[in-house]
Design a protein around this ligand. Structure first.
Ligand SMILES: NC(=O)c1ccc[n+]([C@@H]2O[C@H](COP(=O)([O-])OP(=O)(O)OC[C@H]3O[C@@H](n4cnc5c(N)ncnc54)[C@H](OP(=O)(O)O)[C@@H]3O)[C@@H](O)[C@H]2O)c1
Length: 335
């Protein structure tokens, strides 16, 4: 079978197309014939600065069809369409290969109406978004229709991949969603994702505009740029709010101490790989339910334009993500 592999970290040219034997699923594992591999910033960051696990196959996310199961996994799962999460976390076997074996719980049923493109776009962005939307004091711990009714969510950077997933999940859960963007084109994408209010943080006074939309303040901030936005977030949050930050635009950032203290404002870090196991289970279940409801979509009409590459051009796919292409980068592993 064909696989993209690398043995040393570095620029995208460390990756090469290789031939490998088709793997056999072990105890508790499934083997998936991969259709689409999804690329996220974590994939090029791991390739560039991480330590490969021997001959490393990149990419955490993907979708495909289970074609074999190991001992302990019901044979009824053979033939199941699935989406994959965290395939390469702590492992050598990511999704940029024709067949991947991985623990059965990391291959989640994908309903017939959901495309393989959608399946390959869920893992990192949607599970991260779910965590940011559920870490507030008092929950909810698992999103569902109505779970965020009455809450106002601010999504920083609503045209980003995680931002897009956060908007769609928050709307599905009944929240009012405000988002910030850097310009009109990204504003259109954020609206297509479902944001009711879009604030251009370059052209507008973002704090004043968000306060005008939500005079009582926002309850949850899904934050991609905590260093740039800490003061803004403090200025627009309601008492007992949470700022859930999932990226590091700077090695450290400072928060306004006294106002944060007086408002019981929570500054909450989120890393998808290390969220507590129960929270990960809740996220996988909720994202699956949202997919089943048709509430998460991909493509331009959902605010997430797709950019496709064939497997041999995986290096270009990584470079596109590193250069912050707007939308979702997908690799066609099999037709
Ligand atoms: N912690 C985790 O578990 C986790 C999970 C997934 C991703 N991440 C990290 O999160 C980051 C984003 O990932 P992604 O896949 O969503 O990337 P992406 O699709 O490239 O989106 C990044 C977005 O950040 C926005 N942004 C940058 N500066 C901003 C600011 N000052 N205010 C508001 N928005 C701002 C950009 O929008 P504008 O141009 O409109 O500003 C852009 O749309 C990456 O660093 C990634 O490694 C972390």
């Amino acid at each position: 079978m064909k696989a993209i592999t690398y043995k040393t970290s570095g620029a995208s040219d460390v990756m090469a197309l290789t031939d490998r034997p088709v793997p056999t699923p072990g105890e508790g594992e499934v083997r998936v014939a991969v259709r689409v591999s999804g690329v996220n910033p974590t994939d090029w960051k791991a390739r560039q600065g991480g330590t490969p696990h021997g001959e490393q196959v990149p990419n955490q996310d993907g979708s495909g069809v289970i074609d074999a199961v190991g001992p302990g996994v019901p044979e009824a799962r053979i033939g199941e369409r699935v989406w994959l999460w965290e395939a390469a976390w702590g492992r050598a076997d990511g999704t940029a290969q024709e067949y991947v074996t991985l623990p059965a719980r990391q291959a989640v049923a994908l309903p017939g109406h959901a495309s393989f493109d959608l399946g390959a776009s869920l893992g990192i962005p949607a599970l991260t978004a779910h965590r940011t939307l559920t870490v507030a004091d008092g929950g909810p711990s698992r999103l569902a229709p109505g779970a965020l009714a009455g809450r106002t969510v601010l999504v920083a950077g609503g045209a980003g991949a995680v931002g897009n997933a956060a908007i769609q999940l928050a709307r599905w859960a009944g929240a009012t969603v405000i988002t910030t963007v850097s310009g009109p084109a990204k504003g259109e994408l954020a609206k297509a994702a479902g944001a009711q209010h879009v604030v251009d943080y370059r052209a507008q006074d973002a704090a004043a505009e968000i306060r005008r939309i939500a005079p009582g303040g926002v309850d949850i901030v899904v934050e991609v740029a905590p260093a740039a936005n800490a003061a803004l977030d403090e200025a627009v949050t309601a008492p007992d709010a949470v700022v859930a930050f999932y990226a590091d635009d700077s090695a450290s950032f400072s928060v306004p101490a006294r106002p944060s203290m007086f408002a019981n404002l929570r500054w909450q870090g989120v890393l998808v790989y290390t969220v507590p196991a129960a929270a990960k289970d809740d996220a996988v279940a909720a994202v699956s339910a949202a997919v089943a409801d048709g509430a998460i979509r991909v493509g331009e009409s959902a605010g997430l334009p797709l950019h496709r590459f064939p497997l041999p051009r995986t290096a270009e796919a990584h470079d596109a993500v590193q250069q912050a292409v707007v939308g979702k980068v997908l690799i066609d592993v099999a037709g």
